[in-house]
Design a protein around this ligand. Structure first.
Ligand code: PBG
Length: 329
């Protein structure tokens, strides 16, 4: 049978019917909210290239986290804006137990204990050169960096972080961090591996937000993946799972939907996607110009991630999306 007996528009003619045949749904439980924390008392400062996203003081962040929790958002991912004077060549501040991220985690766990707290592991917020690892003779040295990453992960686990998220793309880091956590009795701390992380220009506004952009010398192409490749994403994710990752991530999001789909279909493990700063900025800028409708576009991008197979979505718009979901129900 074909047209005119078959008419695909029949199922689309009414709202109830469209709902009935809808394949993918967005829920608040799909969302992870990435947030920036700074060490000033000013409750929040604007990030020029990310309108509507702020760097928060610890106190304000705790309030925001409570709001996110009340809306039903399962987890937040916190990123520190490290004061310049605390940065160094090897990023030792990353394993200072009193650093901004640790103070934030302990406040959060004391005041909003039931929201999941995810902390990045990578040295770029702490190094003067803005690279994710330790640099010797102009090279990001893999194995030397592993030690530093393990120290950073342990430091964050001791502060009470629930999920360690290595975003550095060093070889062997998931296994090294898993061992270090287990040896120290943190066998319940989860690992969300930034497994398929591309050397993307879409991270620009994030680097503005944390102040690593002007510092960054060169690029990150010796460790982050080449945007032209997809087979190696499968290789990376496979190794991270073998090394003990509980969840994996594809990053960026919309330009890499094919990778999400492949990873999910291949491994069938919890797969997150990061709608990164540049994706957010792109949609915001167009919306502010009146060229795109923000609400519809952000919604559509979420459904695209679900359709591709993502189990969770890191998005700077998590709170406003959750607010909308709450109003709908
Ligand atoms: C740190 C890190 C980055 C992002 C998350 N963790 C930047 C980078 O790798 O340069 C980017 C997130 C975003 O753009 O929203 N390694």
């Amino acid at each position: 049978m074909s047209f005119p007996q078959i008419r695909l528009r029949r199922n689309r003619q009414n709202q109830w019917s469209r709902r009935l045949v809808q394949e993918n749904w967005l829920q608040t439980s799909d969302l992870i909210w990435p947030v920036f924390v700074h060490s000033h008392n000013t409750p929040k400062t604007e990030i020029k290239s990310m309108p509507g996203v702020y760097r928060h003081s610890i106190d304000n962040l705790v309030r925001q986290a409570q709001h996110a929790y009340d809306l039903g958002i399962p987890a937040i991912a916190i990123f520190p804006v490290t004061p310049e004077e605390k940065k160094s060549e090897d990023g030792e501040e990353a394993h200072n137990p009193e650093n901004l991220i640790c103070r934030t985690v302990s406040e959060l766990k004391a005041k909003v204990p039931d929201i999941g707290v995810i902390c990045d592991v990578a040295l770029d917020p702490f190094t003067t050169h803005g690279q994710d690892g330790i640099v010797r003779n102009g090279i990001v040295v893999n194995d030397l960096t592993l030690d530093a990453l393990c120290k950073q992960a342990l430091n964050q686990a001791r502060a009470g972080c629930d999920v360690i998220a290595p975003s550095d793309m060093m070889d062997g880091r998931v296994g090294a961090i898993r061992d270090a956590l287990d040896e120290a009795g943190h066998e319940q701390v989860q690992i969300l591996a930034y497994s398929a992380k591309y050397a993307s220009a879409f991270y620009g506004p994030f680097r503005d937000a944390v102040g690593s952009k002007s510092a960054l010398k060169g690029d990150k192409k010796t460790y982050q993946m080449n945007p032209a490749n997809s087979d190696v994403a499968i290789h990376e994710v496979g190794l991270d799972i073998e090394e003990g990752a509980d969840m994996v991530m594809v990053k960026p999001g919309l330009p890499y939907l094919d990778i999400i789909q492949k990873v999910k279909a291949h491994f069938r493990v919890p797969t997150m996607v990061y709608q990164v700063s540049g994706e957010y900025a792109m949609l915001k800028a167009a919306a502010q110009n009146g060229w795109l409708d923000w609400d519809s576009c952000i919604w559509e991008s979420m459904l695209a991630f679900k359709r591709a197979g993502a189990d969770g979505i890191l998005t700077y718009a998590a709170v406003e999306i959750a607010e909308r979901l709450t109003q709908k129900s």
